[in-house]
Design a protein around this ligand. Structure first.
Ligand SMILES: Nc1ncnc2c1ncn2[C@@H]1O[C@H](COP(=O)(O)OP(=O)(O)OP(=O)(O)O)[C@@H](O)[C@H]1O
Length: 293
């Protein structure tokens, strides 16, 4: 499987925030979820990847080509959906489309019309009157109408109701069926990734904490619950994060065999959600004692 995107040694300093030595790759035929809490650096990474924000150092290759040298050619092959959907509010969707379409050599009017129909959008409606969900659908329509080989989206499902979110996720799955494509999207709604993601990348405080196949990640972590008096300094170290109350503990581990060997009795083992794993790494190393009421 070849990589559509390869990022190495990417640094960017805003003064109050820094992206530090960002490395990751996006394989072909994969939907990759880019996760992290508010302010982790998702938007900054995406904007830097796309050449919309200046990078201090590092290399960004998309389809094997350097974004700095081949920006125009590469953007032709990328469908972009950004958080705010950069549209002129006073225009209709048809007018906005006629500004955007000429920028793409492979613009396909038929795809545009089909996507507008699919989303029940009417071209002559003014952009200022669109709801948040409709704006997002319009942004996705544009991104999908120029035969892009890679979709990069910043929080595309944020603020959307569950029905629209499901529709968007189905569209992404349909898009991937063409083969040879890639999708990279940031989100803090990790339940969306349970449904569609193949790969997950976690960023925290400007650093990548993991880049992993979703199934491997889910199979290698477990939530363990048990009685607090079985814990000691040694077995606490087997957990990425652990919460203790008077009644017992709940921890996340990626060393289940050792936990089972150490805590033989009375433990409950459950599969974690992506959110459990994300929070375990973000809070990693912290030991939480929650006072019971
Ligand atoms: N133009 C800028 N100038 C200075 N600081 C910036 C700028 N843009 C972003 N930042 C800072 O970079 C940090 C990361 O922001 P970013 O928007 O990348 O996070 P995020 O992971 O996308 O968060 P969210 O999920 O809240 O959108 C924040 O502390 C933010 O204040």
């Amino acid at each position: 499987m070849s990589n559509i995107v390869e990022i190495s040694g990417l640094n960017k300093n805003y003064g109050n925030f820094e992206l530090r030595d960002i490395h990751f790759s996006l394989p072909e035929d994969c939907i990759t979820g880019f996760i992290g809490i508010n302010g982790a650096g998702k938007t900054t990474t995406i904007r830097t990847m796309l050449g919309l924000a200046h990078q201090d150092s590092g290399q960004i290759k998309i389809f094997g080509k350097d974004i700095k040298k081949h920006g125009r050619e590469l953007k032709n092959r990328i469908g972009i959906v950004l958080d705010e959907g950069c549209f002129y509010d006073e225009l209709t969707m048809a007018e906005m489309k006629s500004i955007i379409a000429p920028a793409y050599s492979r613009w396909n009017e038929k795809d545009y019309k089909n996507n507008m129909d699919r989303f029940s959008l009417h071209s002559n409606q003014q952009i200022s009157t669109l709801s948040k969900g409709m704006r997002m659908k319009f942004a996705l329509t544009l991104a999908l109408s120029h035969q892009a080989d890679l979709l990069i989206m910043d929080e595309p499902t944020s603020g959307l109701d569950p029905l629209i979110r499901i529709e968007m996720l189905e569209i992404l799955l349909d898009y991937m069926k063409q083969g040879g494509k890639g999708v990279f999207f940031s989100t803090h709604i990790t339940s969306d990734l349970d449904k569609v993601a193949d790969m997950l990348i976690l960023i925290n405080q400007g650093e990548i904490l993991f880049e992993e196949d979703k199934d491997v990640l889910m199979d290698s972590h477990r939530v363990v619950k048990g009685k607090g008096h079985h814990l000691n300094d040694e077995n606490r170290e087997l957990f990425l994060t652990i919460q203790e109350t008077h009644f017992g503990f709940t921890g996340i581990t990626n060393q289940l065999a050792q936990v089972q060997a150490s805590l033989r009795e009375d433990i409950i083992i459950e599969r974690p959600t992506i959110e459990d794993i994300m929070l375990a790494y973000v809070r990693g190393g912290k030991h939480h004692v929650i006072a019971s009421s």
